[in-house]
Design a protein around this ligand. Structure first.
Ligand code: SAM
Ligand code: SF4
Ligand code: F3S
Length: 552
């Protein structure tokens, strides 16, 4: 059976077809999937954040629903979808670096088509994109991703899915309803049967001067409250153990939705140069409570673990803190990007909070949710960052004692406000600062991990660790000796990995059928980045929820 030749409906399709293409008669009017043509095998390569992972699940789901099959690798695919990230130059460089490889793949498979989707694609730079990514046939901005199937000419006339480009006013506004259709139609190819992403708000209204996201993903658009809760119900029925609500700034969820009498008790305001009254609109606290309220017959949360990411410190209010404290399913972990420990740098970054207000927030969180683990993002070497200002960031890390810090050197992004400021910290100095910060955090993270030793914690086992040579009896033959802290494997046991509610990575030994289960684990060893423990129970094992001893 011949492989279906993919058409590409794009005004900027930059490469002439290798063989005559059967172009669809009009943009968006797809072909029938006929029996004599095999639908393409696709492979999705995802870079970037959780939002991209979630978007990739949607694109893969749409391709599967159209009749395509998934290929295990790029080499085995007729269609490669690259879901790109543009947060730093290195993220884009990864894709540019693959162009030669993609060109070689095309030599062996002339039917191969390559789609570049995601944050590296912005209307303003399409011409430039075509020059930068010569192996790409079709570019799709994040808000255009729902058009993937139609633009490849794969949509049958009865296929559900995207609107014609012409009729799609601002397509970005369609994302929430496209998601709702995909959910009800079962067209989300979720990568895990244990943990699920649940987008609640698209885009970002913030103006952090270094950040490309508002340009690549556009303004905020919240999904309707009932759609989000409905998707959570489906996940609960499907047995998901953990759900993470997603958005660039989940704390501003709901401000763009219509007020409703049922949310009359929600009284809040938003400061955007002026005070905006948000009374009567749902917020993330309402969402957490509603999802936490989905209960089993025994009255326990049907989804035992609920997380949300990312929280902008400016928008994190008392209503959310109270919901975190009162909802048993909400995990004792918060990712709260601080970016810098210097007020002057925060001002240049346009972050809208001061170090003092951030510290106050941390205090309120720790008081309300004892033992809460905190992680953060830091940018070093931002425009004009002096040695002293960098020192203030180190001091902040010492003071807050985050569990995890994701740090990166500032990378100017074309088109952002910061790209007009002098990028005056030399690359070698950025590297030095980054290394110094990471070394400091390694010590702090390790100290915090050591405080877990001897305690019992609840772990959601999410996979089998890659086997190591010492697990196959190679020690005697001179192979790698088992580290002393690794408990020996019993009969039928493998090494498993998972996370506790505080998001610490925990290794343990056990039967493979523990994957997907919540187990009690006594921690016997702590490294800088993970814990090792022994199993002491199964589902319903003692959790660490609000265990005062957890306040390390
Ligand atoms: N929305 C989140 C927030 O409020 O911080 C994070 C979004 S961004 C996808 C993830 C992280 O990338 C940011 O927190 C920031 O630390 C980092 N980042 C963003 N732009 C950057 C740039 N131009 N250079 C280096 N790091 C950057
Ligand atoms: Fe970027 Fe700031 Fe929006 Fe986060 S809040 S996505 S850092 S603009
Ligand atoms: Fe990257 Fe876009 Fe996420 S720029 S970090 S993939 S929102």
């Amino acid at each position: 059976m011949a492989t279906r030749q993919l058409t590409v409906i794009d005004s900027l399709a930059i490469r002439p077809p290798d063989r005559p293409r059967r172009l669809s008669p009009a943009p968006g009017l797809g072909e029938f999937a006929t029996d004599d043509l095999a639908m393409p095998r696709f492979h999705v390569w995802t870079l970037g954040c959780q939002m991209n992972q979630s978007d990739s699940e949607e694109m893969a789901g749409a391709l599967l629903a159209a009749g395509c099959t998934e290929a295990p690798s790029m080499e085995a695919a007729d269609l490669i979808v690259i879901n790109s990230c543009a947060i730093r130059e290195t993220a884009e460089a990864k894709i540019i670096g693959r162009q030669g490889y993609l060109a070689r793949l095309r030599e062996t498979n002339p039917a191969l088509r390559v789609v570049l989707a995601g944050c590296a694609v912005r209307t303003a730079n399409r011409e430039r994109l075509a020059r930068r990514y010569p192996s790409v046939d079709l570019f799709l901005r994040p808000d255009e991703e729902p058009e993937l199937v139609a633009r490849l000419g794969l949509a049958g006339p009865t296929a559900p899915g995207p609107m014609l480009p012409d009729e799609a006013a601002p397509v970005a506004d369609a994302l929430p309803s496209v998601r709702a259709d995909a959910v009800t139609g079962g067209r989300i190819a979720r990568r895990s049967g244990i943990q699920a992403w649940l987008p609640i708000i698209y885009g970002c209204d913030k103006t952090c001067t270094y950040c490309i996201v508002p340009f690549s993903r556009g303004p905020e658009r919240s999904r309707p409250f009932d759609d989000v809760v409905g998707e959570a119900r489906r996940l609960a029925s499907a047995g998901y153990r953990e759900v993470t609500l997603l958005g660039q700034n989940v704390n501003s969820y709901g401000h763009d939705l219509a007020p409703e009498p049922r949310f009359a008790h929600v009284r809040r305001t938003r400061e955007l140069g002026r005070r905006i009254d948000l009374e009567g609109r749902p917020d993330i606290a309402e969402l957490l409570r509603a999802i936490d309220g989905i209960r089993t017959a025994d009255g326990v949360p049907a989804i035992p673990r609920l997380r949300f990411i990312t929280s902008h410190p400016w928008d994190l209010g008392d209503r959310l803190i109270a919901a975190m404290a009162e909802c048993p399913s909400v995990c004792e972990h918060l990712h709260l990007p601080v970016q810098s420990g210097s007020d002057a740098v925060l001002r240049r970054m346009g972050r809208q909070y001061s170090v003092t207000s951030y510290l106050d927030l941390v205090e309120r969180l720790r008081a309300a949710v004892p033992g809460i683990a905190l992680s953060t993002d830091v940018i070093v070497g931002f425009c004009g960052e002096t040695e002293e200002q960098f020192g203030e960031t180190l001091a902040l890390l010492e003071r807050v004692r985050f569990d995890t810090v994701f740090a990166a050197a500032f990378s100017p992004r074309p088109g952002t406000p910061a790209a007009r400021l002098p990028d005056d910290v030399p690359p070698a100095e950025k590297r030095r600062r980054l290394n110094e910060l990471l070394a400091l955090q390694e010590r702090i993270g390790w100290e915090r991990n050591l405080a877990w030793v001897g305690r019992t914690t609840e772990v959601l086992v999410d996979g089998i660790d890659r086997p190591r040579s010492h697990d196959h009896g190679e020690d005697a033959a001179g192979g790698e000796a088992a580290p002393a802290h690794l408990p020996p494997l019993g009969p039928g046991e493998v090494r498993l990995g998972g996370r506790n509610r505080e998001n610490r990575l925990v290794h343990l030994a056990g039967s493979p059928d523990l994957v997907g289960r919540l187990v009690g684990v006594r921690v016997v060893h702590a490294g800088p980045y993970s814990l090792t423990g022994v199993r002491v129970g199964t589902d319903g094992a003692p959790g660490s929820r609000h265990d005062p001893a957890a306040a390390v």
